[in-house]
Design a binder for this molecule. Structure first.
Ligand code: F6R
Length: 606
């Protein structure tokens, strides 16, 4: 989704801004622009296409020296992908960049048009600039306060005022902004990846507070006009972690980072071999009175919930439902203080997941979030948070975030079951051992790359594909399918294998690929009979099995055998196989794996 960077300090601002925008490219965007202060006032340069196109344009159009400016990567929502619609937008003395959506922009636009003032772009963001300019009488803070009273919707703004050189103002409502002051100047961005080059210490701009950035530091002013010190946060990864490190794509690097990510996530939460959450501020009293769990999230995060449900219900025997956040938030759900709502999000900023959490908080539920990006909205707004320690995930397709989410869900389930007396200490230790063993299992599966690459070549010309499985394998099918379609653009569907006969099997004809997951012993025979059914209708079957089950390889065209592992833990290894299949299928089609068309890494609007 759109990216924001702002800088004022000693360094060349054009350089800082374009470098920041490069770091933000992973979020997904279709155009980019910067505005910077020159001796002749604020200059704006914008371009449709990649940040490199913008850089070429900047080189051609400006040799001004500048040390203050704002930059933006746009992912079009209001108005097409054009230079004019690209940010920054200006109105009078105001130039700004904006993430989010101004919901009442049409009404505001009409008000301006009635006065004969017309925007040049089709964007809601330009209307926001017009409103701020309309409120401006020389006092930026007063103008921002009055303007935001007129704006409805979500926003993160970085604003320059022509007659306040070298100063950047920022405010946010819903959309994220993080900032850091260093000896070299002050920098603000929509996410930490753009800041890390300058500082590992940063703060999240609190909602509705105004940040005033100058060369000498950042002042944060609350709604009562009092300067406050927001809590500082620290990241323990560095610039290298946000680079490709020799891999062709971030996605491949992140697939390979999974053993370490899981280790970093579960080791600090293992004490004396038992699951332990006290250091995270998650006391055992969180389980008191809970008779139901709702897990919510979007896309891959929601799919992690499907796997978590299985383990939670199996151990604790209370109902767990998994809800798509964008549906849940409008479904008038039945919630009460005995419901624990678990929200899962890599970015911690997904708009629908955040709204689902707000609803759960409003209904008096206990809320726990599983989040990768520290200090983000979803983490802050939950009663409890369990951070995953996957480091930055840059590729749009989520990989390591998914497996660490599984690891936290499992660990949480073990703790819950232990505290409730559903399992003994010895059983909890055994479960924890198996969880730690997934690190080695994943390491083994990572060596399957050549085999999976050659199998995935066979998908190069496919247009449709089916994933089938039962139980946990169905949950993994959902994840395999989203991964494949988002980066290879092959249409695919995940089907509960037993449901095939009720419609889908009519689509199975000669050479249609079917990826069948058959790792679960309790339904193995059933799934294999579904494999026979599709194969006898001409399907090309890729079968994923568990080494223990000794499936006859002649049942399928290609077999991928996971290491020997307990059925309940196969999702960790299956996930890696499915990630590889998606990755190599996309590579065989010559696609840019890290930045699939139309997709954004962090979906901060509805
Ligand atoms: C798929 C993918 C998305 C995200 C979804 C939620 O590979 O990355 O489906 O999982 O947009 O994002 P977060 O986890 O940031 O809330």
């Amino acid at each position: 989704m759109c990216g924001i960077i702002g800088y004022t300090g000693q360094q060349d601002a054009k350089e800082v801004l374009t470098e920041g925008l490069r770091q933000l490219e992973y979020r997904g965007y279709d155009s980019a622009g910067i505005a910077f202060l020159t001796d002749d006032g604020i200059k704006t340069i914008k371009s449709v296409g990649k940040v490199e196109c913008l850089c070429d344009k900047v080189k051609k159009e400006s040799d001004d020296a500048t040390t203050c400016g704002i930059g933006h990567t746009r992912w079009a929502t209001h108005g097409g992908v054009t230079d004019t619609n690209c940010h920054p937008h200006s109105a009078g003395k105001v130039t700004l960049i904006h993430n989010g959506i101004i919901e009442n922009y049409k009404e505001l636009q009409k008000e301006f048009e009635a006065k004969g003032i017309h925007p040049v772009s089709q964007t809601d963001s330009e209307i926001a600039a017009m409103v701020i300019n309309d409120c401006y009488d020389g006092d930026p803070i007063k103008a921002i306060r009055s303007a935001t009273k007129r704006l409805e919707g979500a926003y993160a703004f970085c604003i320059m005022f022509e007659d306040h050189p070298d100063v950047i103002y920022a405010i946010r409502n819903g959309s994220p902004l993080v900032a850091a002051a260093t000896d070299e100047g002050s920098v603000i961005a929509s996410d930490m990846v753009a800041l890390i080059k300058y500082s590992k210490d940063y703060f999240v701009l609190p909602e509705h507070h105004i940040a005033r950035l100058t060369k000498d530091g950042i002042v944060v002013i609350n709604e009562n006009h009092v300067a406050i010190d927001p809590p500082m946060l620290h990241v323990n990864w560095d610039v290298a972690a946000a680079k490709k490190g020799g891999y062709d794509y971030f996605m491949l690097k992140e697939i390979h980072e999974q053993p370490e990510a899981i280790r970093n996530t579960i080791t600090p939460r293992t004490k004396d071999g038992l699951p332990y959450l006290e250091d995270d501020g998650v006391p055992d009293t969180i389980f008191d009175g809970i008779n139901r769990i709702v897990i919510t999230g979007c896309g891959t995060a929601m799919h992690a919930g499907l796997v978590g449900k299985n383990m939670l219900e199996h151990l604790i025997r209370i109902p767990v439902s998994v809800e798509i956040a964008s549906e849940f938030r409008y479904s008038n759900p039945i919630l009460d203080p005995h419901t624990l709502v678990i929200t899962i999000s890599q970015s911690g900023e997904t708009a629908d997941t955040k709204a689902a959490l707000e609803l759960a908080n409003k209904c008096g539920c206990k809320t726990l979030s599983i989040v990768n990006a520290k200090g983000t909205s979803i983490a802050r707004e939950s009663d409890y948070v369990l951070y995953t320690h996957a480091g930055p995930e840059i590729a749009v397709a989520s990989t390591k975030a998914y497996t660490v989410q599984l690891s936290v869900l499992y660990l949480f389930a073990f703790r819950f079951a232990l505290v409730r007396g559903c399992i003994s200490e010895q059983e909890a230790r055994d479960y924890m051992k198996k969880l730690h063993a997934t690190i080695d299992d994943i390491t083994t599966v990572l060596t399957y790359d050549t085999q999976i690459q050659s199998i995935s070549e066979r998908l190069k010309h496919s247009e449709d594909l089916f994933f089938i499985g039962r139980g946990l394998d169905y949950a993994l099918s959902c994840e395999g399918s989203i991964k494949l379609k988002e980066i290879s653009y092959i249409h695919s569907e995940a089907y509960a294998a037993g449901e095939l006969k009720h419609g889908t099997i009519s689509l199975i004809t000669d050479n249609v690929p079917v990826i069948a997951l058959a790792t679960q012993r309790n339904v193995l025979a059933k799934t294999l009979s579904n494999v026979v059914e599709v194969r006898s209708r001409g399907a090309m079957v890729i079968l994923i099995t568990n080494a223990d089950t000794q499936v006859d390889a002649s049942l399928c065209d290609h077999m991928i055998t996971l290491p020997k592992m307990d059925d309940a833990f196969t999702p960790f290894a299956s996930a890696v196989v499915l990630q590889y299949i998606a990755y190599y299928a996309a590579i065989s089609r010559g696609l840019n794996v890290d930045q699939p068309r139309n997709l954004a890494k962090s979906v901060t609007v509805e």
